[in-house]
Ligand binder design. Structure first.
Ligand SMILES: C[S@@+](CC[C@H](N)C(=O)[O-])C[C@H]1O[C@@H](n2cnc3c(N)ncnc32)[C@H](O)[C@@H]1O
Ligand code: SF4
Ligand code: SF4
Length: 388
């Protein structure tokens, strides 16, 4: 997941990517993150409830799932005490995602209620196979958003992208449909979206997926090019750039389309490395950090489970000690050009936009510019959900 080149819409004079939206809806936090990052907690923390445990078999999963028997579960005792530490530090949103499939965590529903009751906005990324009617009734009211990884518009395509057959695809569609029905019935504010990773072989299903998403009342469907393993590329992954260009072209017709029920189509654009201007600073880790199921805190989801990019372990220190540590201070100086960062990582466009806008400015100039950008952005959040 992530935002790369900014999503540009007609209604704003500035390009607003999902990550940028997150920053602009928290201007005070944003200012601290820009002028005093060592003393600023991230706005969002992503948590893997499990790692290496999944009920799907996506051939290109960025977190190899093995046979699903040797994974890690986040220790519940530490999860509950961590919640208080995150709140005290000022974290506002928690996203539960993978390492694996979060709904397989034994206390999954309890975890969501626990986070919501502690005062967080809670987001969930799931493959949706266990998110049946019963689970939706139990957790949907506590979620700010849920995003289902669908990646297909037909049974045959699901087999290619998730390694699972027709029965599972129909079950997934039924589950998502149930979530949309519950949302409608109870007039819940929960944003229910879907994502579709695109590679050359599933381009043909794009229109069917959009039609289906619109027909059942999804809030949006987001298309993202799939990262493909490539040991020689920075970060060990690359993209099929020809496909990236083809999707961009195909999706132009949907980009600004207004659907009667508010449904939207988003595209995360990826440019080839030669077209990507890279920043010399990663601003992304100032607004978001990722915690693995093993309790290590990493600078971002792309660097998860790589000890070189661990900020610290929640089993040795409190969250606050870790984020205000010398180690974090050092990692805040990470230069994406030199740190083996994936081209087109989720924060690339965010990083370049911030560097272009704020590098070398005084705190006063930064504040003025940030306030102007936030005022310009106001009211745009519906057009661009801030978690994409
Ligand atoms: C690793 S999954 C974990 C959560 C859950 N199991 C799911 O699939 O939604 C988190 C996100 O990573 C995305 N993802 C997995 N493999 C990817 C790849 N090769 N390229 C880009 N995104 C990928 C999934 O689509 C999903 O949105
Ligand atoms: S469902 Fe998610 S975690 Fe499981 S294999 Fe697919 S992408 Fe990976
Ligand atoms: S620039 Fe590097 S550290 Fe920052 S989000 Fe991208 S991959 Fe992660």
């Amino acid at each position: 997941m992530g935002s790369h080149l900014p999503v540009i819409n007609n209604r704003t004079s500035i390009p607003v990517s999902g990550q940028m939206a997150k920053l602009l809806t928290h201007p005070e936090r944003a200012l601290n993150a820009l002028v005093n990052p060592q003393r600023t907690a991230p706005i969002t923390v992503e948590i893997d409830l499990v790692n290496g445990i999944c009920n799907s078999r996506c051939p290109n999963c960025t977190y190899p799932q093995g046979d699903g028997t040797r994974g890690t579960f986040f220790k519940w005792d530490r999860f509950s005490s961590l919640t208080g530490e995150l709140k005290a530090a000022g974290v506002e949103g928690i996203v539960l995602k993978g390492g694996g499939e979060p709904t397989l965590y034994p206390r999954f529903e309890e975890a969501i209620r626990y986070l919501k009751n502690a005062g967080f906005d809670v987001g969930l990324i799931t493959n949706g196979l266990r998110f049946n009617h019963e689970m939706a009734e139990s957790v949907l009211p506590f979620l700010t958003w849920v995003r289902f990884s669908v990646d297909a518009g037909s049974e045959g395509m699901y087999e290619k992208t998730h390694g699972l057959g027709e029965e599972r695809f129909l079950k997934l569609q039924g589950n998502i449909n149930a979530a949309c029905e519950i949302k409608k019935r109870d007039t819940l504010a929960t944003m229910v979206g879907a994502s579709y990773l695109v590679l050359e072989s599933n381009l043909e299903d794009i229109d069917a997926a959009i039609e289906w998403g619109n027909s059942i009342g999804l809030s949006y469907i987001q298309f993202k090019p799939m990262q493909l393993r490539c040991p020689s590329a920075p970060g060990g992954y690359s993209y099929d750039y020809l496909t990236c260009a083809t999707i961009s072209q195909h999706l132009i017709q949907y980009q600004d389309k207004e659907y009667a029920n508010g449904f939207r189509v988003f595209l995360t654009r990826i440019a080839s490395p030669s077209q990507i201007e890279r920043s010399s600073t990663c601003y992304g880790q100032r607004v978001s950090l990722s915690i693995g199921a093993d309790g290590e805190i990493f600078v971002c989801c792309h660097k998860k489970y790589d000890p070189r990019w661990s900020v610290g372990s929640i089993y040795g220190s409190s969250f606050e000690e870790i984020i205000f540590s010398e180690r974090r201070k050092k990692l805040l100086h990470l230069n994406p050009r030199q740190a083996d960062c994936l081209h087109g990582c989720r924060y690339d466009s965010f990083n370049t936009t911030l560097e272009r806008s704020f590098a070398g400015q005084t705190p006063q100039e930064t504040e003025l510019r940030l306030r102007a950008m936030a005022a310009d952005y106001e009211g745009q959040s519906v057009l661009c959900p801030n978690h994409i």
